[in-house]
Design a protein around this ligand. Structure first.
Ligand code: DHE
Length: 497
C-alpha cells in the first residue's frame, strides 16, 4: 500500500467510508484495488509489499493489521491511511485481506518462471572478496525489524555491510558448500541468492505463495523450497535459481499436504521433507536433474525434524506435541518413541558428547523444559526445568556450554547456560531486563558468541564463550537469527543445519 491516490489530497473531510455502501464487499474490493493493489498485487499475492492472504497473515492479529493500515509501518514504504480511510473502511479492508479469495491462487511452473530475476548470472562477477575479512568467520544477522541483513566480521565483531532482504525471512539462510553464496527464503516464497564476495544479489525467484524454508543440497547443486501454499516442493538449480521441477505433495489416496520443512541430509545426498497433513516423511534424491521421491509412512503426523550426525535416523515431533518418534532412514521403520513434555522444537536441537555418549537436547515451545536424550538408547536421560518455553538452542564443539533462551512468558529476557557435562543450568543471564533475549550463534572457533536482543531498538551482544562475560553490544533492528559461515558449511554439531 504505497501509492496514495488523488483523494488524499482532498484532506480529511473526504475520508472514504464503507459504512453507507449497499454492497460492502464490492466496495472493499474497489478500495483494495485503489489503495493497496499497486504494492500488494491486484490478486493479493504480493509485490513490493507482502502477500495479503490469510495464510500469509496468520502470524499477525487482525487488530494489529488494522493498526498498520491506520498508522503505516515505520521503516517500510507502507504509509498511514488514517487521513484517507475512516475506521469502518479500515476494518472492512482488514476483514477483506483475512478472507480467502474466491479462487485459490495458482503458483505453478508458469508463475515461478515468470518471477525469475537474474541480475548477475553465474560467472559474471569477480571471484575475489571485495573486502578484507576471514570469509569463514563471517556472520549474517537477519534483522526482522526492518527486513535487512547485516554481514558481520566475526574476528573484529564489526558490521561490514547491511542490505535489504525480502519481506519476512524465515528459517536459517543456507550457504553454498564453499561459503561464497548464501540463499535466503522468505515466508512469501522468495528465494534470494546473495554473493558474499561481491555483496550483491545474483538471482531471485518466487517458489510459492506461502513458503516455510529452503535447503541446499550437500553438493551445492540444488536448492529445494518447502511450501504451505501451494502444496509443493520446488527444486531449483542453485547456480542461477532456474526452475528444475515442481513436485506436487500428496499421498497415494490423493490427499495433498502442506510441507512443514525441507532439510538437507549430506551423507545421504538427499533432501528430507516433513509433511504437515499426511503421516509420511519424504526423502528426495536428485539424479541428472530428475527428482525421485521415496515416501516413508509414519505412525502419526510428524513435524519439525532433527537428525543424528550421520543421518541414519530422524527424530520428529508428533502433532499432539507430547512425543517424539525416531525413524530409521534406511528402513523407514519407527524404532523408538520418546515421551516429551510439551511441543519439542526439535529443529532447534543440538548434540554433543557427554560422558562417552552422544546426546541431543531440545527446548519445548509449550513448556519450560529442555529434554536431553541419549542418541544410542533413545531414552530421555534428563529434563531440565527452565524459566519458560524456549525457542532456540545453540552450542559449539569447542565450548563447554549450551545456551537456551526463554522465548515465551514473563521471563523472556532471560537466557540459560547449560554445562554440557554435568547437564545442569550453571548460569542464567538477563542482559537487557524487560527485553527479549534469544538465539545464540558461536564464531567459528567456539570462543565468542552472539546473542540477540530481539527488539526494534535491539542489539547483538558479543560474549566470551568461556568466561560468559559481555564484550560489546552492536545496535540492530530486531535481530533474529545469526549464522556463521564456518559453522554452517561444516555442519557444526552445536548449530542448526
Ligand atoms: Fe521458525 C527456523 C518452523 C515460528 C524464527 N522455524 C525454523 C525451522 C522450522 C521452523 C521448521 C527450520 C527451518 C530452517 O531453518 O531451514 N517457526 C516454525 C514454526 O512452525 C513456527 C512455530 C510457526 C510458524 O508460524 O511458522 C515458527 N520462527 C517462528 C517465529 O515466530 C520466529 C521466532 C520469528 C520469525 O521470524 O518468524 C521464527 N525459525 C525462526 C528462525 C529460524 C527458524 C530465526 C532459524 C533458526 C536457526 O538458527 O537456524
Amino acid at each position: 500500500m504505497i501509492r496514495r491516490n488523488a483523494l488524499l489530497i482532498l484532506g480529511t473531510s473526504l475520508l472514504i467510508s464503507t459504512s453507507l455502501q449497499a454492497n460492502p464487499t464490492e466496495e472493499t474490493e474497489a478500495l483494495y484495488q485503489q489503495h493497496c493493489a499497486s504494492c500488494h498485487g491486484a490478486d493479493r499475492l504480493g509485490g513490493m509489499g507482502p502477500a495479503l492472504l490469510p495464510q500469509n497473515l496468520s502470524r499477525l492479529k487482525q487488530p494489529a493489521a488494522e493498526a498498520v493500515i491506520r498508522n503505516g509501518q515505520p521503516a517500510t514504504q507502507m504509509p498511514a491511511f488514517a487521513d484517507v480511510l475512516d475506521a469502518d473502511a479500515i476494518t472492512a479492508l482488514a476483514d477483506y485481506i483475512y478472507r480467502a479469495p474466491a479462487k485459490t491462487p495458482d503458483w505453478g511452473q508458469a508463475e515461478i518462471l515468470a518471477s525469475h530475476l537474474l541480475p548477475h548470472p553465474s560467472g559474471t562477477l569477480p571471484d575475489e572478496p571485495a573486502y578484507k575479512a576471514d570469509m569463514m568467520n563471517l556472520f549474517l544477522v537477519v534483522e526482522t525489524g526492518d527486513h535487512h541483513v547485516t554481514v558481520l566480521d566475526g574476528d573484529k565483531m564489526e558490521p561490514i555491510h547491511r542490505f535489504a532482504s525480502r519481506y519476512a525471512l524465515h528459517g536459517g539462510p543456507k550457504y553454498s558448500p564453499d561459503g561464497r553464496y548464501v540463499y535466503f527464503g522468505s515466508r512469501d516464497g522468495w528465494i534470494t541468492r546473495y554473493d558474499l564476495f561481491n555483496l550483491t544479489v545474483t538471482a531471485e525467484v518466487r517458489a510459492g505463495i506461502n513458503m516455510r524454508n529452503i535447503a541446499v543440497s550437500a553438493d551445492g547443486k540444488y536448492v529445494m523450497a518447502a511450501n504451505y501454499l501451494p502444496h509443493t516442493l520446488v527444486l531449483f538449480d542453485a547456480a542461477n535459481l532456474e526452475l528444475v521441477d515442481v513436485i506436487p505433495v500428496g499421498n497415494d489416496a490423493g490427499d495433498s499436504s502442506r510441507v512443514s520443512a525441507v532439510y538437507t541430509a549430506p551423507p545421504r545426498n538427499s533432501f528430507i521433507a516433513a509433511l504437515k497433513d499426511i503421516p509420511e516423511a519424504w526423502e528426495i534424491t536428485v539424479q541428472d536433474g530428475e527428482a525421485k521421491v521415496r515416501q516413508m509412512q509414519t505412525d502419526t503426523w510428524l513435524d519439525d525434524f532433527f537428525f543424528d550426525p550421520d543421518y541414519q535416523h530422524l527424530i520428529g515431533a508428533a502433532r499432539d506435541g507430547k512425543r517424539g518418534y525416531v525413524i530409521n532412514l534406511d528402513t523407514g521403520a519407527t524404532i523408538a518413541e520418546l515421551p516429551l513434555p510439551g511441543m519439542p522444537h526439535l529443529g532447534s536441537g543440538v548434540t554433543w558428547e557427554s560422558q562417552g555418549r552422544r546426546v541431543m537436547a531440545t527446548p519445548h515451545l509449550g513448556t519450560g523444559a529442555v529434554s536431553i536424550i541419549d542418541m544410542q538408547t533413545w531414552e530421555v536421560i534428563k529434563t531440565l526445568k527452565t524459566e519458560g518455553p524456549g525457542f532456540f538452542m545453540r552450542s559449539h564443539e569447542n565450548s563447554r556450554y549450551a545456551w537456551v533462551d526463554v522465548f515465551f512468558g514473563p521471563n523472556q529476557d532471560k537466557v540459560h547456560v547449560i554445562d554440557k557435562q554435568t547437564l545442569e543450568i550453571v548460569k542464567t543471564l538477563q542482559p537487557a531486563p524487560g527485553k527479549v533475549a534469544a538465539h545464540v550463534e558461536f564464531d567459528r572457533y567456539g570462543k565468542k558468541l552472539l546473542l540477540s536482543i530481539w527488539e526494534k531498538d535491539g542489539a547483538v551482544i558479543v560474549y566470551d564463550a568461556e568466561t560468559l562475560e559481555e564484550e560489546k553490544r552492536i545496535p540492530m533492528n530486531k535481530p533474529s537469527g545469526k549464522y556463521n559461515v564456518w559453522n554452517k558449511i561444516n555442519y557444526e554439531e552445536g548449530t542448526s543445519h
